[in-house]
Design a protein around this ligand. Structure first.
Ligand SMILES: [Zn+2]
Length: 84
């Protein structure tokens, strides 16, 4: 029989995942933060979300891979403006 653990939370302070076990006060088992006092997450812009997600993915998939991204392809029609 599956136990009902209540609502799942991710602590806004320390990031611990836990269930409130249907307690009236959902407090983090690790740091004790009352999740009802969590700051309301502001809706991020799509760009911010993407950046954050990309960063996470990068850090998770490529540990210590420091490849300098040199994409300096700027000599493309740079001097095409003097044909008066
Ligand atoms: Zn916590």
């Amino acid at each position: 029989m599956a136990r009902d653990l209540g609502t799942k939370y991710i602590c806004f302070k320390c990031g611990t995942k836990f269930y409130d076990l249907k307690k009236p006060v959902p407090s983090c088992p690790k740091c004790g933060a009352d999740q009802r006092e969590a700051p309301v997450a502001k809706p991020q812009t799509a760009r911010q979300q993407r950046a954050a997600a990309a960063k996470e993915a990068e850090e998770a998939e490529a540990p210590a891979a420091e490849e300098p991204e040199t994409e300096d392809e700027e000599d493309e029609a740079e001097d095409a403006g003097d044909d008066e």
